[in-house]
Design a protein around this ligand. Structure first.
Ligand code: ADP
Ligand code: ADP
Length: 228
């Protein structure tokens, strides 16, 4: 579903955020990207959804080679990916319903379909009763669930999450991880960047460990400073 083949990324100014990264996330797999702050986790996710472009190497996502993708194909690639951020970037002048419905409105679906799918997504994250509220009136955990509902409303086969539990206490973090597991159980591929090792270790998923832009193997953890 996602394949990195010797991918490197240097930012303008020359800082090399990723160095020769190779790995594959299988269709239907859930995995974590871990490593200390600055290790390159966000950069890795940004490359997958074309917020950033690789400096070298080959990146395959959902059947597209991202170095060969045309401008016309980009919307279709992006529709395959649901993205979840630590700061959910919700619109507080609109209701929970309208926030979650937004991707469907942009897709141009009719009102009836938008209503049905938006309520299905809100139901999955347990927020059907809050659809008329402003996100600003919800708790941090609820706001994060609104962000997740918005990411899954168009049923993308891939979910990417960047520090999705960064602002939450351990109980709420575990609930958010359970949600990801539920989506994974119905076949969604999930890639989560997180430095919350205690939480990650409660889940039976593969870990890709980044250290200074390179993937290290489990036996190298401890021999290099992962900073966590
Ligand atoms: P992580 O998510 O693991 O904290 P990032 O991918 O955000 O790591 O960052 C990796 C490195 O790349 C950091 O040293 C960061 O300062 C640098 N970096 C990230 N984004 C940019 C950017 N837009 N321009 C220049 N350097 C950047
Ligand atoms: P439909 O009526 O179009 O089949 P629903 O919204 O009622 O759609 O969802 C049907 C099932 O599909 C749900 O059980 C849901 O968990 C599952 N599903 C499959 N892929 C995804 C995805 N990417 N995000 C959320 N749910 C998904």
């Amino acid at each position: 579903m996602i394949e990195f083949q010797q991918v490197s990324k240097s930012y303008p100014g020359g800082y090399q955020a990723l160095n020769n990264v190779s790995f594959a996330l299988e269709n239907g797999e859930m995995a974590f990207v871990t490593g200390h702050s600055g290790a390159g986790k966000s950069t890795l996710l940004k490359l997958v959804c074309l917020i950033e472009r690789p400096t070298s190497g080959t990146l395959l996502v959902g059947g597209y080679n991202l170095s060969k993708i045309t401008d016309r194909q980009i919307p279709s690639l992006r529709r395959q990916i649901g993205m979840i951020f630590q700061n959910h970037k919700l619109l507080n002048d609109r209701s929970v319903f309208d926030n979650v419905a937004l991707p469907l409105v942009i897709e141009g679906l009719n009102q009836k379909e938008i209503g049905r799918r938006t309520r299905a997504a809100l139901d999955k994250v347990g927020l059907l009763s809050k659809e008329k509220y402003s996100p600003s009136t919800l708790s941090g955990g609820e706001q994060q669930r609104v962000g997740i509902a918005r990411a899954v409303v168009s049923k993308p086969p891939v979910l990417l999450a960047d520090e999705p539990t960064g602002n939450l206490d351990p109980g709420l973090s575990a609930e958010i991880m359970q949600l990801f597991q539920e989506f994974n159980r119905v076949g969604v591929s999930v890639l989560i960047a997180s430095h919350d090792l205690a939480l990650i270790e409660t889940l039976p998923c593969r870990q890709l460990v980044l250290s200074q832009g390179s993937i290290i193997t489990p036996d190298q953890i401890g021999s290099v400073d992962t900073g966590t």
